[in-house]
Design a protein around this ligand. Sequence first.
Ligand SMILES: Nc1ncnc2c1ncn2[C@@H]1O[C@H](COP(=O)(O)OP(=O)(O)OP(=O)(O)O)[C@@H](O)[C@H]1O
Length: 498
Amino acid sequence: MPHPTAAPPPGTPFVALAAVAKSFGAVRALRGVDLDVRSGECLGLAGHNGAGKSTLMQVLVGNVSPDEGRFTVQGEDVAGRLTVARARQAGIACVFQELSLCPNLSVLENARIRHASLKGFGWRGRAARLITRTLDEIFPGHGIAPQALVSDLPLGQRQMVEIASVFAQGDHEAPLRLVILDEPTSSLDNSVAAQLLAHVRRFVSAGGSVILISHILGEILSTCDRIAVMSDGRVVDLREAGAFTRASLVEAMGHVVSHEAGETLVSAEAGRRGAVVASATTPKGGSIRLEARRGEIVGLAGLAGHGQTSLLVLLHNAAQGRSRYAAVTGRVAFVAGDRQTDGVFPLWSIGGNVTVRSLSRLGRFGLVDPAREKRLAEEWRTRIKIRTPDMDDNILTLSGGNQQKALFARALGSDAEVILMDDPMRGVDIGTKQEVYALVRAEADKGRTFIWYTTEFDELKSCDHTYVFRSGRIVAELGRHELTEARVLQSSFEGEAA
Ligand SMILES: Nc1ncnc2c1ncn2[C@@H]1O[C@H](COP(=O)(O)OP(=O)(O)OP(=O)(O)O)[C@@H](O)[C@H]1O
């Protein structure tokens, strides 16, 4: 286990920030943050999309230098002087929201990039042993070969590799003291996420510190010792975790506490009545038989990487007339979950990213009308609350959750009748999630069909009908009233129709 050696006594501040401020042009990302992180604690960090959480973490790892404020590491003033190399020497490491692995290298080669001490004769063997040992420790039963090419791994496994390479402790390396986890479970199944959270508890009980950033409030409440809430660049609340309830945490984040998704989103037209607009089968009536009707929200569940995304891709291809095994009537839009590889156009503006799927409707005399394009972008900026001073700014200036909102706006603002969603809510804050759930239901009631793969059980409560996948097969089909977490889990693991 990566025990921090000679860790300072539990409870002493490892890092402390006072009045830390940082602006990016006109955007004041941090407006005076006061916060300390103690040895032997897991500190939770919650806050709306764009609150400044990731920027604060970039300050802690030396990637971003604050404009103002005091910053100490183990009592030593490092304000304005912390570089990435010094942060590493001090034992500070971060698992970023956007994965930093090189996709064209293997798992072990990626481990080598992070751990410079893996050099000289036999480094490949040592790198393979280091990463495998750490994966075994955090994610027993992971099934990831160190020789595997990262681009061949599903998103969840890539996230596991990223986490393991940060926690891996190579020989002669500075002991790891503070690990920052920025939405580390967003692509992990519940069972794998639980393995990671258990590891976090082991790491802090050995004297290390962890900052856990997450929009999944249940995991913050159950894992952290203290929770800080950020809003608009400041820490607005900080308490022992036990002093928060889910509702008070949501309130501290500045959101209205709403009912459970399932209660608010029951369709007025529940029941399977509309015409079938999307269907998929495998030859000879094999393992996949799926139907989605007009105005329906259809959920795809099961462990990550068990065929849900492939099915969405199959349906997307079917809409272009490219599949014998699936049929889709009407126009289709796809909301990617892996925004880095499948979603954003990184060189384009936010507005351009939102309107790209609607350009054919925005034409005048054969050319795109810039005024109509701008109106559409502005409409969605307000409807889905994309936090930016200017929709003409580059998409990458947005926080992760706000980039995801832009992808939603692209699909919902288009004329698509069938919307395929590939676990698209990862990284989206709870207030926006609730608004998007309501929007999805309202659009379904108007006749749009949603086929929605999600790794969050709560989101299935918004669905009229759920298919559970295992090993590329549909193993259970649950109506709204048959849906329970236990049934989804049982089907996911045993493959028996529930
Ligand atoms: N390089 C940059 N250039 C311009 N603006 C930026 C840059 N990095 C961050 N910002 C802005 O700073 C603000 C804070 O962003 P940050 O990524 O820290 O938020 P966050 O709390 O991590 O959000 P999320 O939960 O969506 O990840 C946002 O308004 C964002 O658009």
